[in-house]
Design a protein around this ligand. Structure first.
Ligand SMILES: *[C@@H]1O[C@H](CO)[C@@H](O)[C@H](O)[C@H]1NC(C)=O
Ligand SMILES: *[C@@H]1O[C@H](CO)[C@@H](O)[C@H](O)[C@H]1NC(C)=O
Ligand SMILES: *[C@@H]1O[C@H](CO)[C@@H](O)[C@H](O)[C@H]1NC(C)=O
Ligand SMILES: *[C@@H]1O[C@H](CO)[C@@H](O)[C@H](O)[C@H]1NC(C)=O
Length: 436
């Protein structure tokens, strides 16, 4: 025990002597290091400034700069802040990531460089000095990512029945979080009906991930685009086609057509249907299936069975379609007695069938002579009145009409003021008129 104490005392004495010697030595050191050396330690390493946070677009190179002075025998390391993984020590990269390197410049700057940055590189990085206590500084990298639309989580083309609801969704990723805007491909307005309300608002665009359309109308059918954009180009878009399905409806603007023999007569029906209908023309005394089966008139008696009309020398059949709207046209060439009768334009699709009925009759014309008062009233009707008022020469009228090869005369006398009536009503009216 005594021996140990003696040894310890000798060691203390020697240590103190050594320290005294050191102090004397340091007091003669250069003036610049005087302060530190007076305390008997090396100058403390410290950071120069702070690390600037940076934002880079994905794919570029990111740099974080750490400046240290008085590093001395200490070392500078770079760590990932989230999991404290050591990335580099001094200039040596210790992580297995060949996109990472450290650039050592002008003795006291250590730059962490990450090439082709990805979204996974986003986060904070720590510049650390292994002094005691340890010193650290943090800098963060934000990675800008252009928008992308996740197809699996976004709407595909969609078909719904009229009156049902639909929701069009576009899920987009990116940094910053992209905003999603909806537009119609045809530039038409987007109609948004507030839930539980009859109110409909119109806008040329809609902002939001989900475009909710309730109680769809046919006019809302079309292609919609969602456009995802943030500050990082390019913006991306996706096309979503919305089909609204409904049974056909048919409207014949002129249901009674008079024509002189020998002329070409054009019959026309306007059709609305989705999906696209199959349309055709029938001739004959056929009643619509939802039917009025009243007595046949003299016009129909010769044609008990309907005849399907085919495009050819006698009949010119065309159909124009634009979206869910279409126009069916039938031209009866060289109008003769046998062409007098009832014609039906029929349109069917998977949801139903509709039919328009038109009647074609002969106008007797005596060229060069004044038509009798009766004929004026019966066949030419309102048109004759109009012509008489304007030109004051009713005899000119028939000649004028004959000169036109496509002869189409609407007997306004029998027309409904509102022409937006469908086939059933039309047939009904026509019959009543004929019977009266
Ligand atoms: C960098 O971002 C981090 C985290 O958002 C923050 O704590 C730090 O103060 C920022 N540094 C600078 C220099 O703005
Ligand atoms: C949608 O957002 C853009 C940009 O934030 C804005 O200019 C536009 O007016 C918004 N549109 C609607 C319909 O809210
Ligand atoms: C139209 O004819 C009637 C008789 O035929 C005549 O009384 C009238 O003056 C004529 N009007 C015009 C504008 O020529
Ligand atoms: C016949 O009338 C139609 C309009 O109803 C017109 O487009 C056409 O050019 C006319 N034809 C002739 C030969 O005058």
């Amino acid at each position: 025990m005594a021996t140990i104490c003696r040894v310890f005392a000798v060691w203390i004495t020697l240590s103190v002597a050594y320290l005294m010697h050191e102090l004397q030595a340091s007091s003669s050191a250069t003036s610049s290091q005087q302060d530190a050396n007076l305390q008997g330690v090396e100058p403390e390493p410290e950071f120069e400034g702070t690390i600037a946070n940076v934002t880079f677009p994905a794919g570029r190179e990111a740099l974080l700069t750490c400046s240290v002075k008085n590093l001395g025998r200490y070392k500078v390391g770079w760590l990932r802040a989230s999991d404290q993984t050591v990335l580099a020590l001094q200039g040596r990269v210790v992580t297995h990531n060949n996109r990472i390197s450290v650039v050592h410049e002008d003795m006291h700057t250590w730059r962490l460089r990450i090439k082709q940055i990805r979204e996974s590189d986003k986060g904070c990085y720590m510049c650390q000095i292994n002094s005691s206590p340890m010193k650290k500084q943090i800098g963060c990298i934000d990675v800008q990512v252009p928008p992308d639309i996740i197809n699996e989580e976004s709407s595909a083309d969609i078909a719904v029945q009229e009156g049902e609801d639909a929701s069009l969704t576009c899920r987009a990723t990116g940094n910053p979080i992209p905003r999603v805007t909806w537009r119609r491909e045809d530039g038409e307005m987007i109609l948004i009906r507030k839930a539980g309300s009859r109110e409909v608002s119109k806008a040329d665009s809609y902002n939001g991930t989900s475009l909710k359309l309730s109680r769809l109308e046919r006019r809302q059918m079309g292609a919609y685009f969602c456009i995802a954009s943030n500050d990082v180009p390019p913006a991306v878009s996706k096309r979503v086609s919305l089909s609204v399905h409904f049974a056909p409806s048919v409207r014949a603007p002129s249901q009674l057509l008079g024509a002189p023999l020998g002329s070409d007569v054009q019959l026309e029906c306007q059709v609305e249907a989705s999906p696209a209908p199959v349309s055709y023309w029938l001739k004959g005394g056929r009643m619509p299936p939802n039917g009025f089966t009243g007595s046949t008139t003299s016009l129909e008696s010769g044609q008990p069975r309907p005849e399907m009309l085919l495009d050819g020398p006698k009949y010119g059949i065309t159909e124009q379609r634009s979206g869910y709207r279409g126009v069916m046209r039938l031209v009866v060439r060289a109008f003769s007695h046998t062409d007098v009768g009832t014609y039906h334009c029929v349109s069917t699709n998977s949801l139903g069938r509709a039919e328009g009925t038109l009647r074609l009759y002969e106008i007797k014309i005596h060229p060069g002579s004044v038509a009798s008062e009766d004929e004026q009233a019966n066949f030419i009707g309102g048109l004759a009145e109009a012509a008489r008022g304007r030109g004051n020469s009713s005899a000119n009228l028939p000649q004028m009409m004959i000169s036109n090869t496509t002869f189409l005369l609407m007997t306004t006398l029998w027309m409904y003021a509102a022409s937006s009536l469908f086939s059933v009503t039309t047939t009904f009216t026509s019959l009543r008129i004929l019977q009266s």
